[in-house]
Design a protein around this ligand. Structure first.
Ligand code: PHE
Length: 326
């Protein structure tokens, strides 16, 4: 056999070997004291110098290759000869995680507003009564409080105020205004809580994205433009129909709601309006100098419409069959 033949028969033998013993036998056949390759290496000294050089280096390259192949394959078998790794088995697919659809929608929505020069800020989920209600022109005992079914927290010793789980992201309006000088525009993504019965479009916990823009002459037309831009970008490629309709919230005047049509039915996705002068007074802004709009959009509702999810409770079910579809 010449070198080429030795190489191909040795490789084939190694590849089809299925035990440690078989591999050891192959090693002896080719690389042992009387092995085929060893014979060639030994006979080199009888060759003329030129031939010896060429054949010698080719034979040594083959020797190293076969030694490596044997070592690699032998490592697949344990001491007892059992298979410890089957290099011919198909590879295992590594499964990578991904964002929860609500996190994804919240990030996408924030990004679209950031692209329109809004800053993204966040606030606490456990709020004071003042920020969640009073500063938003919703005094205690006022019937408007009934709009939000509230989880009150047990008050601790040093608490100066009643605490609750925020019923909306609107308390961040006041928190931000107290620390800022207009003009500005912000969005606040976050989790909210309501003490209410669940159904296909209500959950005790859900997500909102609050918006607030304050400036010298901000008007409802600006709001309409921004929201239309947002909806166009968020539902890009999807044909959606939406409408603005008058509504009431104690912290805006006038108030509006935005609905989106889903399967022939209008679904409310956001409350909004022009910031109420009383709210500006709480922030120590002169309502004669400043105007602004505020809105709160339901992240869960946006996700339901974008992905065709029929029931909000699916988002919180932890059901992997549902989550893996995203
Ligand atoms: N906070 C209101 C809600 O949760 C929505 C809203 C936000 C309305 C901002 C007007 C202005 O329903």
């Amino acid at each position: 056999m010449n070198l080429g033949e030795i190489g191909s028969s040795a490789r084939e033998a190694i590849n089809s070997a299925t035990t440690r013993e078989a591999l050891e036998q192959i090693r002896l056949n080719y690389l042992g004291r009387k092995g085929e390759l060893t014979e060639i290496l030994r006979s080199l000294k009888e060759l003329p110098v030129e031939e010896r050089r060429v054949l010698g280096s080719e034979a040594n390259v083959l020797r190293v290759e076969l030694e490596n192949m044997l070592a690699d394959k032998t490592a697949n078998f344990g001491e007892a000869g059992e298979m410890v790794a089957d290099i011919t088995a198909p590879g295992k697919k590594v499964s990578r995680g991904h964002l929860h659809p609500l996190s994804r929608v919240m990030a996408d929505a924030s990004k679209i507003f950031a692209g329109m020069n809004f800053s993204v800020v966040t606030g606490p989920e456990a709020e004071t009564e003042y920020y969640n209600f009073d500063a938003l022109n919703i005094p205690a005992n006022h019937p408007a409080r009934e709009m939000w079914d509230t989880f009150w927290l047990k008050s601790g010793k040093g608490d100066k105020q009643k605490m609750l789980l925020r019923t909306h992201t609107s308390p961040m309006q006041m928190r931000f205004m107290e620390k800022s000088t207009p003009p500005f525009q912000i969005v606040v993504p976050g989790r909210c809580f309501r003490y209410e019965a669940t159904d296909m479009s209500h959950e005790v916990n859900f997500y909102q994205l609050e918006g607030l823009m304050v400036g010298k002459d901000v008007n409802l037309g600006n709001f309409k433009f921004i929201i239309e831009e947002f909806l166009k970008k968020f539902f890009v490629g999807q044909k959606i129909e939406f409408r603005f309709r008058p509504s009431y919230f104690p912290f805006v005047e006038p108030g509006v709601e935005v609905d989106i049509k889903l399967k022939g039915k209008w679904l409310e996705i956001m409350g909004a309006g022009m910031v109420h002068p009383r709210v500006f007074e709480y922030a120590h802004y002169n309502p004669k100098d400043w105007q602004g709009f505020a809105f709160g959009v339901g992240i869960d509702r946006l996700a339901m419409i974008k992905y065709g999810v029929p029931d909000i409770r699916l988002f919180y079910s932890g059901d992997l069959r549902f989550l893996k579809q995203f």
